[in-house]
Structure formats: C-alpha cells, structure tokens
Design a protein around this ligand. Structure first.
Ligand SMILES: Nc1ncnc2c1ncn2[C@@H]1O[C@H](COP(=O)(O)OP(=O)(O)OP(=O)(O)O)[C@@H](O)[C@H]1O
Length: 339
C-alpha cells in the first residue's frame, strides 16, 4: 500500500504518552501514518509538559513546529487543568497549546489512547494468548498493568470507533482460588479494608502479592521491585508462583472486563510488565481463568485474548485521535485489528 504523503503545507503532529515515570513523544508526518522519531524522556527531569515537549523537539531536531498535538495522560481528563495521578505535572491545556504554538491540542486518558490504537495494530504488534482470532467491528477491551492498572473499552460507532475509558482498575480483586483468597485475606488483615484489582495487578502490586505469598507460606524472601521478581522467577519458586498468581488474577479480571463490556471483538493486554514476561504469561493460568466463568464459559471461549507487543502503542492511539479530530477520512478509515 502506498504511504500517505503529507499534504502540502502540513505541519507535523506531536503525540505524547505521559506516564508516572516516563514521557514518550513522537511525530506524525502525515494523517493516517504511524508516529516516527519516538523518544522516551524522564518526566521528573522536566518542569512540565511544555518543557518536556520543547526538549523533545530540540532532541529530534524537528525542522517544522508541530501544528497539532494529542497528549495521553495517566489520569482523568476533562476541563483545562490536567493533574497527573502519579506525577508532579499539573498543567493548563490552553497555556501549553499557546506555548507550543499549536493550533489544536487534544488531551485524552492514556487507556482511551491505547484503546484507539487497537484497530491500527498490524501483524506482529500483538500476540495471541488463546481463543479464536480477533473479530472485526465488535466491541473490544484493553487493560494493562504498569504503574497502575488501566482499563478501557472501544466500541464501533458510525464512521469509526469510540473509546470508553473508566476507572476499572479499582474494582475488587477477582480472587477465586484458594491461594488467591489466602493472599487477599492476609492483605485485608494487614492493610484494612478492600483489596482492589489495582492493588495487586500492577508493578508495585506484584511486589505486594509476592511478599504476601511469602508470609502465607511462612518464608522470608523480600523483593523490592517487579523487575526483580520477574528476573528471579526462572530460578526462584516463590517468584514463579507470585507471577502465576498474578497472571491467574489478571485472567479472571480480563474475563470480568469482557463480560461487563461485551468485548466480543477481543480483549487486549498492554502495560509495561507483560511484554517483558511473554513466555510466563503464555504458560500461566491466564486463559484458563479468563474462561472460567461458570455459565459464561462458552461466551468467553469465543473471545480472543491478545498481548500487545508494539512499541509505544498509546502514541499510535494518540495519532488515531488526531485523525478523528482533524482528518475524518483517515480517522474513520480504521479497520479493526486482524490477527
Ligand atoms: N524489567 C521489568 N520487568 C518487569 N516489570 C518491570 C520492569 N521494569 C519496569 N517494570 C514495571 O513496569 C511498570 C511501569 O509500567 P508502564 O511502563 O506501563 O508504566 P506507565 O505507568 O505507563 O508509565 P511510566 O513508565 O511512566 O511509569 C513499573 O511499575 C515497574 O514495576
């Protein structure tokens, strides 16, 4: 297929994904194309979004000033003031737009952006984790453990797709099997009150899950980071079990999301942790727990589960959002992911 050419006089678009630690940027040179010159900056090294974006544009030697931007942020959006959940950045969208000389600035929730990336995933951007192939033009869902646990739906609407972001990570944890219930009972006693899905299904949550499992098993084996647990799992049975419980809970959670949203088009997994432990997820109880929903087992057996392995997929979704806003021909042209 021929690559769309920039319309004459088209200024590039800036896309960004701002997480708790990292700010990822890219440039979209023509409507309907994938972001290029993608870079990751440390959020803490820059005072605010405007400063980080300016540093990025200088770093990549952008010759033309962007005409529009879409910024995906980890936190609720709405109104001019944007406060990030896990970062000190707090900025005015209109002031940032003016400072960067943009005609248009779009701010979206990071999982809404991730949802909008789904119809643009190509071969090799996502791996099957069980079930049939992805079905075209059906509702889809995306969820991902990273610094927190994000969830969003994506529904087909006339002319394209609409993302449905929410706060789905904060539902109760779907503990069903004995070892899961033991971990949750232990944590309830220790921290008091409810244990949410995000409490265990994210990077810091994996550490909490591992340490609780150690207490339940009566062993002392402190681990300080998710990376440490993932690296040790091939030779440390407790780390391996913590990861299996993590994947099983994630499967139960993903099944709940699929049932709630009617995501018959497929459930996609994103976030920073899973792409680093692909064989572990593939051999875990994830898919078994996804389908293990009593009378709804048959319904879920017909739903694809996929692991997103594309680099910086939220930037792809941010570009899709700009197409929707500024170039309805490209924005409405997305076909659902075919794997
Ligand atoms: N090597 C690793 N193996 C497993 N998990 C890791 C590794 N490195 C980092 N992580 C986990 O990944 C999480 C970050 O995931 P992700 O990149 O999705 O975060 P984010 O919230 O989108 O953005 P940010 O990176 O800015 O925090 C961290 O909480 C950390 O626990």
């Amino acid at each position: 297929m021929s690559r769309p050419q920039p319309p004459s006089g088209h200024r590039p678009w800036l896309v960004a994904d701002i997480g708790g630690t990292n700010a990822r940027f890219g440039l979209v040179e023509a409507p309907g194309t994938r972001p290029v010159r993608v870079r990751r900056l440390e959020g803490a090294e820059h005072a605010d979004l405007g400063a980080a974006a300016a540093a990025y544009l200088e770093q990549v030697g952008a010759s033309a000033r962007p005409g529009a931007a879409c910024v995906a942020v980890a936190g609720p959006v709405g109104g001019d003031r944007i406060r990030l959940t896990n970062s000190h950045w707090d900025f005015s969208a209109s002031a940032t737009r003016d400072r960067l000389g943009l005609d248009h600035l779009e701010v979206v929730n990071d999982f809404a952006a991730l949802a909008l990336s789904l119809p643009r995933l190509g071969d090799g951007d996502a791996l099957p984790l069980g079930g049939p192939p992805v079905l075209p033009r059906r509702p889809m869902a995306v969820l991902g453990p990273g610094t927190g646990l994000g969830v969003a739906g994506l529904v087909p609407v006339p002319g394209g797709w609409a993302p449905v972001p929410g706060e789905g990570g904060h539902v109760d944890v779907p503990a069903v099997e004995d070892r899961e219930l033991e971990v949750v009972r232990f944590l309830r006693a220790r921290q008091g009150g409810a244990v949410t899905a995000e409490c265990l299904l994210c990077g810091p949550g994996l550490v909490k899950l591992h340490d609780a499992l150690a207490e339940v098993r009566g062993v002392r084996a402190p681990r300080s980071t998710a990376a440490d647990i993932c690296a040790a799992a091939p030779r440390d049975p407790l780390c391996a079990e913590a990861l299996d419980v993590f994947c099983c809970l994630l499967g139960g959670f993903a099944g709940n999301v699929a049932l709630t949203l009617g995501a018959t088009g497929g459930v996609f997994l994103g976030g920073g942790i899973l792409p680093r432990i692909i064989p572990v997820v593939q051999s875990s109880g994830f898919r078994r727990r996804f389908e293990d929903k009593h009378r709804m087992a048959g319904y879920l057996q017909s739903v694809a589960t996929m692991l997103i392995v594309a680099q910086e997929p939220a930037l792809l979704g941010a570009a899709a959002r700009l197409d929707q806003c500024l170039d309805p021909v490209q924005g409405g042209a997305d076909e659902p992911a075919q794997q």
